[in-house]
Design a protein around this ligand. Sequence first.
Ligand code: TMP
Ligand code: ZN
Length: 401
Amino acid sequence: MTRCRICSGPVREFLDLGRQPRSDAFLPPGELDGEFFFRLAVGVCGDCGMAQLTEPVPAEAMFHREYPYRTSQSARMSEHFARTARRLMKSVRDRPDPFVVEVGCNDGGILPTLARAGVRHLGVDPSGRAAGEAAGRGARVLTAFFDKASAAEIRSAEGPADLVFSANTVSHVPDLASVFAGADLLLAPDGRMVFEDPYLADVLARTAFDQVIDEHVYLFTAASVREAARRFGFELIAVEPLDVHGGQLRFTVARPGRHPVGGTVAEALRREERTVPALDGFAARVERARDELVTLLRTLRDDGRSVVGYGATAKSATVTNYCGIGPDLLPFICDSTPAKQGLVTPGTHIPVRPPAAFADPYPDFALLFAWNHAEEIMAKEHAFGAAGGRWIRYVPDVRIV
Ligand code: TMP
Ligand code: ZN
């Protein structure tokens, strides 16, 4: 029986995706030996309700200097963060000389907008190369994991923060207590921490099984975050659904009693009471999606139709490894991230090529792994559709569009 990382309660597994590599561990084609594999499975705590991976995944090995993911690869996400930055700036503008910290800023996040507006800020990210790119966009950054030690260092150098913001990072940290402890050390008495991460209710509703990856140690709900925050000395004061990255929730926490609790919290809790029963039957829906996708790809191959992948996402590692999709079914995946090009995908060793390879010549079908960026990608690649190409989606179900 696995024990909960938050409360030590019993964790009941609800999905086992088998042997998987590190989702962002792309490798050079000549160096395939010694890949790290682990069992990827997710369960839910019977006591505090937190959904979490059931096997340990050391964070240090994941978010290293060469961590390849770049937030700025999506125009829509860049807009999302610029908009978010403007809203957050408004929320602290009554403070004298407000100070905002972004945890896991990657190559910029909200920071370039803050920098241009002259708002005092600091980014914290363990990936030195990504943080260096954020600095190139005008942001002040510290290369470090966010925990008690780095939070104390920031506080003594810069004073208390009015706001800590974090996107797609808090759910990645196995030691969630250390994030809240860092926030507690760093935040001013009435400071707030705002974070946005994948939402379990959306994962279940869309059968988005590829949101289960090594990096997503937790899949949050309003109920589980409210309970975790309470245990770590904070209060959940607001939630907001976000339609980015396949369905997320933005959480705002503060020290208890410092801010009124918004109606959005009770609303989300009520909604979740109806969605949690969707845990039953999830594994069966995932198996069905796998069988339909593999059958489709085999049929197309046997009919002599060409298919390539679009977006060498971390999520695609789960899909290709779980479904057993290798270069025989998908000769390459194109991706705009320079750090991924020329490498092969973890576990399944499918070559990653630049987007130019997509049109050279267009395949008959493209399997859209970056389905969370569907609108942006389909608009950009309209010539593919015009040339008779068709997209294959597998979330919320397997279909040709
Ligand atoms: P994500 O779904 O985790 O954000 O990853 C998206 C991946 O897709 C990332 O590797 C960048 C890639 N990508 C493209 O290749 N072209 C695009 O137009 C977009 C938006 C993303
Ligand atoms: Zn628990």
